[in-house]
Design a protein around this ligand. Structure first.
Ligand code: COI
Length: 351
């Protein structure tokens, strides 16, 4: 793969004791263009601005998809990628829905490994550190016809991260706006899903909440996701999470937590969950915990959920399922425990 290295790394200029999510980027980025019906050869270049035509189709019509994934460093200075083939699969599922040409396994996986190995110094060792990896594809044709583009750009950028949320979060049931509709693009990581969520989220944040709980678009009766996360309810000793559908993103962290919970002998139900049954569980003191899962957040405990004027406060628990499952997940991600599920890919030591 062609690599144009930067002259001098910026890594020593970064204060790794405090990194806001998504604002610091590693030295290099991967680029690959689709033209004349085929993806070309990927190239790695120094991280920097793109020169784009104002008519870049993806800017006008949102024909753009992305992924979120992470790499971790173990105590021997190896880098561990986590379930990267799942991200490739989901990126291509999203791409197909947006009529974007899928990317090959070769370009994605070898590009990812070369890029992360090159910028290995940006992935720090330590419990709260990881390297967030953002692969994305956007329509790059110089054309404002409202149709699928003929040219695309696939890129990967990486960003050192600490925590997404620094404390437990407060959620509000959303009853007016919708994240996704049946037959729509909710299952895909389409850029527009996120853009459309910002206004309702801002309204909730203005009232003091961290995020909204998305409910179904037709009746606002059934729970789908929360913010950019999948959502989980612990009812007595059982976990319940919404079943994946075309309006719910199939989170890779969600799937990992499902496997880990089942291995711990926890009963897990993936099913339709109505808002009213969660309120009833809370009224009957059966709702023990609520948490969210996602690549960026990992596993995050929820401090309260509010439906209209009814606020349910959730005490932090010593025997929290969220914290126990997060630890099990991170033990695998950081290479501290045997990877029984074969989820990690080791990039050799960078001593
Ligand atoms: C992720 O968890 O990877 C996400 O998609 C969240 C991101 C939008 C910050």
């Amino acid at each position: 793969m062609k690599i144009n290295r930067c002259n001098k790394s910026r890594v020593n200029q970064v204060d790794f004791s405090s990194i806001p999510f998504g604002q610091v980027f590693s030295d290099h980025m991967l680029m690959c263009t689709y033209k004349d019906g085929a993806w070309g050869d990927p190239i790695i270049v120094p991280y920097g601005p793109l020169q784009l035509s104002p008519a870049t189709q993806g800017l006008h019509y949102g024909q753009s998809v992305f992924e979120g994934m992470k790499a971790f460093k173990d105590k021997n200075n190896n880098i561990l990628l986590f379930r990267e083939k799942e991200n490739l699969l989901r990126l291509n599922q999203s791409a197909v829905r947006l009529d974007i040409p899928p990317i090959s396994e070769e370009i994605f996986l070898s590009g990812l490994k070369t890029l992360v190995s090159l910028d290995h110094n940006w992935c720090k060792f330590g419990d709260s550190f990881s390297l967030y990896i953002r692969p994305f594809i956007f329509a790059s044709s110089n054309c404002i016809k409202a149709s699928s583009a003929k040219e695309y750009m696939f890129m990967i950028i990486t960003s050192p991260t600490m925590s997404y949320y620094t404390k437990p979060i407060d959620l509000l049931f959303e009853e007016n706006f919708s994240r996704a509709v049946k037959g729509g693009v909710g299952f895909a990581k389409a850029a527009g899903n996120y853009g459309a969520s910002f206004y309702p989220t801002k309204l909730a944040q203005d009232k003091g909440y961290t995020q909204v709980i998305w409910t179904d678009a037709k009746e606002h009766k059934y729970i789908e996701e929360s913010g950019t996360m999948n959502i989980w309810f612990r009812v007595e000793d059982k976990l319940i999470t919404p079943k994946i559908s075309d309006s719910i993103l199939g989170g890779i962290t969600r799937d990992s937590i499902l496997h880990l919970a089942k291995r711990e002998g926890i009963k897990v139900e993936e099913r339709l969950i109505s808002v009213s049954e969660i309120l009833d569980f809370a009224k009957n003191d059966k709702l023990i915990e609520v948490f969210g899962t996602g690549t960026a957040v990992s596993v995050i405990s929820v401090r309260s959920i509010t439906f209209r004027d009814f606020k349910i406060s959730l005490e932090s628990k010593n025997d929290s399922y969220a914290m126990m499952l997060k630890k099990k997940l991170q033990d695998i991600q950081y290479g501290r425990k045997k990877d029984l599920f074969n989820w990690t890919t080791l990039l050799s030591s960078f001593d």
